[in-house]
Design a protein around this ligand. Structure first.
Ligand SMILES: C=C(O[C@H]1C=CC=C(C(=O)O)[C@@H]1O)C(=O)O
Length: 376
């Protein structure tokens, strides 16, 4: 496919997003690589990896199979687009395989939404938490990642441009993403790389174990906390085992801290060498790590399907960008929300292990929820 390359400098890159209002589109900002990519107007869904398109935007649902409401027809595809805007530290380009359009510069929008939260869900959380503890007592699992869906309404339609702008500003260590199809937009600021591929270099994050930065000596306490270390090591061990199924060249770095706006996480980087597995195949192979599902994985998935009342959809599932060489990054869609008009459903979860406390874990989800709330 032939894409024209046109130099385009936009002071506010979201002008490109705004131009394609109502169209299927995605937004991807990788601060580490200083790379912003916006794609608009679906060209096609791509089944097999190909170097025909400059970028592909990929989403995979959390569970295999059809998604229930409110997620029907939302994602689970690898997509090529007609128009792309690509901005890095050295270039700013408009790529298109059809007639170029004129992008009108728009001002940065900062809207403060007036919000109502639907209801307090602590009772539901406690019920789920107790069911998880029963599964531990029965010896059926070691860890399950429970999640909440929290509904908000706004007095006016949610302004996606403003939310993306604030997400980028507030979360320098995260990947900012959005995918809009029809009336729905899924967006968020994820700190967690499921898999990154640069030729034969494969990278995955074990990210699990959390403390609020408001706690005294938070960083030190997290590093030395047995409960958090336990839930973190389950994730390292599983990712390592999955990497070793594909390649014998795997290295595990020392565990350190990842600092975000409101929390610290325990993070361990895992590296592998491989050139025979594509990025999307890695996504399927590694998902869900016990940072999002649980251990054993099949038990946790089955448990979550039956006991969590909401559909996870794209929450906590692989999503990201693949370039023309098959390289790219898949993160997991956490610290995220699904927006439709005046309705916003935010998703947050946390790993539950035998020593977890029901209230502490609920509070942890509240701190994680701030990523979305502070962008509204
Ligand atoms: C499942 C989520 O976070 C995961 C990622 C980092 C730390 C986590 C934890 O400490 O529980 C979770 O495993 C979420 O934010 O919804």
């Amino acid at each position: 496919m032939n894409y024209k390359k046109i130099k385009l400098n936009l002071e506010n890159p979201l002008s490109f997003w705004s131009h394609f209002s109502g169209e299927e589109r995605f937004y991807w900002y990788d601060r580490q690589k200083e790379q912003l990519i916006i794609g608009a107007e679906r060209l096609c869904a791509v089944k097999n990896q190909t170097n025909e398109y400059p970028y592909l935007f990929h989403t995979q649902s959390f569970f295999e199979g059809e998604m229930r409401a409110p997620w029907q027809n939302m994602g689970g595809e690898t997509l090529a687009f007609k128009h792309y805007y690509v901005k890095t530290s050295h270039e700013s380009l408009y790529l298109t395989c059809t007639e170029p359009v004129t992008i009108e510069p728009k001002k940065v929008l900062e809207v403060t939404h007036s919000l109502t939260q639907k209801e307090d869900d602590f009772e539901d959380w406690a019920r789920l938490f107790n069911q998880i503890q029963e599964s531990f007592k029965a010896g059926e699992s070691q860890k399950i990642v429970a999640s909440r869906e929290i509904d908000f309404t706004s007095s006016q339609d949610f302004c996606i441009e403003s939310i993306l702008h604030k997400l980028s500003k507030n979360n320098p260590n995260c990947f900012i993403f959005a995918y809009q199809k029809g009336e729905k937009t899924f967006l968020g600021a994820s700190p967690e790389v499921l898999v990154q591929k640069a030729d034969d270099e494969i990278l995955s994050y074990a990210l699990a174990g959390t403390i609020s930065k408001t706690e005294i000596n938070a960083a030190e306490r997290l590093l030395n906390d047995p409960k958090n270390q336990f839930e973190h090591h389950i994730v390292i061990d599983k990712i390592k085992a999955q990497l070793l199924k594909k390649t014998s060249q795997v290295t595990v770095e020392e565990t350190g801290l990842m600092e975000l706006k409101n929390v610290y996480h325990l993070r361990t980087l895992l590296h592998a060498k491989d050139h025979s597995t594509s990025l999307t195949e890695w996504g399927v192979h590694l998902h869900p790590t016990p940072a999002l599902g649980g251990e054993p994985s099949d038990y946790a998935l089955n448990f979550l399907r039956h006991h969590e009342h909401h559909e996870r959809g794209l929450y906590a599932a692989p999503l990201g960008i693949i370039d023309g060489q098959g390289n790219g990054t898949l993160v997991v869609g956490i610290r995220s929300a699904l927006i439709e008009g005046k309705t916003l459903r935010a998703y947050v979860g946390c790993g539950i292990v035998p020593y977890s406390d029901v209230r502490d874990e609920f509070n942890e989800t509240k701190v994680k929820l701030k990523t979305i709330l502070e962008a509204l």
